[in-house]
Write a protein that binds this ligand. Structure first.
Ligand code: MCA
Ligand code: AMP
Length: 513
């Protein structure tokens, strides 16, 4: 059976309708298909297929990004989208872990990607589609072939590459097309990062595989988003993380009255505004209602499963503080620690269905541990179910998984990285509740003897910025004399969080950024 993802994309290959536009370029579906075929030839160099080898994509968001992405898919490669927010060494680590055979890079990212590019074929996004079009068809792909590799942080040290198949991509897009009634007339305004499923699958691919168009902004910028709501031929759909709504309202409050009125009128033109990746505070939902008449549609998703629950498209069925119901073909269970079903919970949320990923690349044990018998995926989220089935998320089963601005972060991964600094004797990373970011990352550090100066917040943050994605760098560093530990020597993080909130962390020397 051929790949349903490629079949669906191919069905638009003759359409002269707009598919994607950015600040510099626009492409119709026919152009996008044609250029992706040329990228395919450049990548395969005449061979029938890349046979599942990974291609790292380090390209600024826009039409060129999509040409690189679809070209990789058509070539039988696995797309590995990488974020320009990662420092060079991290980018190189992803390339190695995924055994990327080639890198597609845009000129503005070349320097940052130099380490990643070392020893690999390097192709420039700007000229990649300028070559000839291949004569024959691409080698056929199977539904179970891997299409995407998306790295996600977990409770183990390093991020894991989640393998998302062609069938997963197709069914995830189909589920949302149906649940959110996407049609060819839709226009998505896109400002999410492309190395996560929210920006790539849930937003962009859902739109394009519905035959609808996307406008990609180079980055999220609140005033620009409001202004784009108001331009001629305005967007019909907007998808965001809660921090973006927070930043939209900060800009709104700073604007003068006529500007606010214009922006509000633009936003009312959207047929759908969604929120996901982290809990949307009720206050933000209500502010959006005050401006547009409805609360955003909140849904729950995860790299490994796509969308696991969604509120209704019909605003009257939306419930603030709830993530709604599992969409078609997604099954959900709430279980206790022994895996017994709970009618209402709270308990861990387990998800099953055709949108659930294949496994973690090269991590058999982690893959096995992620699933319970019957291919139920353990989300690690704690949920409860209302009488009518609506799901509500209450938090995570692990204190070591944090969410900041919609990014999932592993406290253990950040601790491990900070421990490489010889001035850090001990460290515990925790998430503190934060209005703008959901959680803000705080590192509590014990300095090695005589080296406290190197643990000063700005010094340590500067050091960390060279070694981890900017959004992982602790926003706050607190230097203490000792960490609270239990009898087994394990840091008691809930106690630490309480002490920070109360301001009673011993010998506190605290700096905020
Ligand atoms: C930026 N910074 C952050 C974050 N983003 N710090 C902590 N957490 C973050 N999320 C840092 C910058 O490096 C900078 O640091 C400082 O904050 C100010 O940056 P600013 O310009 O204000 O931020 P921004 O560039 O506007 O970014 C905010 C953002 C961004 C647009 C909300 O965080 C974002 O794009 N988040 C989306 C994440 C996402 O897509 N997650 C999906 C995964 P300094 O001051 O030190 O220079 S979840 C998923 O995929 C599943 C399927 C699902 O359910 O959706
Ligand atoms: P990621 O692994 O980056 O895909 O993030 C997935 C996680 O984001 C989920 O396991 C949840 O913890 C969280 N998440 C996604 N959507 C929501 C939501 N609407 N409310 C609360 N948490 C969410």
């Amino acid at each position: 059976m051929p790949s349903p993802f490629v079949t669906r994309l191919a069905s638009f290959q003759h359409e002269e309708r707009l598919a994607v536009e950015d600040d510099a370029r626009s492409r119709t579906f026919a152009e996008l298909w044609d250029r992706a075929q040329r990228v395919r030839l450049a990548l395969t160099e005449g061979a029938p297929s890349l046979e599942g080898r990974a291609v790292a994509i380090l390209v600024s968001p826009g039409a060129l990004w999509l040409e690189a992405f679809f070209g990789t898919i058509l070539a039988g490669g696995v797309a590995l989208p990488l974020s320009p927010l990662y420092p060079p060494a991290e980018l190189a680590w992803f390339g190695e872990d995924a055994r990327a055979a080639a890198v597609i890079v845009s000129e503005d990212q070349h320097e940052r990607g130099a380490l990643l590019c070392e020893g690999r074929r390097v192709l420039f996004a700007e000229t990649l589609a300028d070559g000839p079009r291949p004569e024959g068809d691409a080698a056929p792909l199977e539904p179970d072939d891997v299409a995407l590799l998306l790295y996600t942080s977990g409770t183990t040290g390093k991020p894991k590459g989640a393998m998302i198949t062609h069938a997963n991509v197709d069914v995830q897009a189909a589920i949302l097309r149906e649940a959110w009634a996407f049609g060819e007339g839709d226009r998505l305004l896109h400002a999410l990062p492309l190395h996560h499923l929210h920006g790539l699958g849930i937003s962009l691919l859902t739109t394009l595989l519905a035959g609808a168009a996307a406008r990609l902004l180079p980055r999220f910028e609140a005033r620009r988003v409001w202004e784009t709501f108001c331009r001629p031929n305005p967007p019909t759909v907007w998808m965001a993380v809660p921090t973006m709504y927070q930043k939209l309202f900060e800009a709104f409050d700073a604007a003068d009255e006529p500007t606010r009125a214009r922006w509000a009128s633009g936003a009312r033109g959207l047929r759908l505004a969604t929120s996901g990746s982290a809990a949307l505070p009720v206050t933000l939902a209500e502010r959006w209602r005050a401006v547009t008449g409805t609360i955003p549609l909140e849904r729950f998703g995860m790299t490994e499963i796509g969308v696991g629950a969604t509120n209704t498209l019909d605003p009257s069925g939306r419930r603030s503080g709830s993530v709604g119901l599992p969409p078609r073909s997604v099954e959900a269970r709430i279980v206790d620690e022994a895996g017994n079903d709970l009618e209402r919970g709270p308990g861990e949320l387990w998800i099953r269905g055709p949108s659930v990923f294949k496994g973690y690349l090269g991590r058999e044990q982690a893959t096995q541990d992620a699933f319970a018998e019957g291919r139920w995926f353990r989300t690690g989220d704690v949920a409860e179910r209302a009488e009518d089935g609506y799901l509500r998320l209450l938090g995570r089963t692990s204190v070591d998984i944090l969410k900041s601005g919609g990014y999932k972060l592993s406290a253990l991964e950040i601790e491990e990285a900070l421990r490489e600094n010889a001035a850090v004797a001990e460290v515990a990373v925790v998430g503190l509740p934060d209005e703008a970011w959901g959680e803000r990352v705080v590192a509590v550090v014990v300095a090695a003897p005589g080296r406290a100066a190197e643990c000063a917040p700005e010094v340590l943050r500067g050091w960390a910025k060279e070694r981890m994605a900017l959004y992982k760098v602790p926003r706050e560093v607190i230097v203490v004399m000792s960490l609270p530990r239990n009898a087994l020597g394990k840091v008691v993080k809930p106690e630490l969080v309480k002490a920070i909130v109360r301001g009673t962390v011993a010998n506190m020397s605290r700096t905020e950024s």
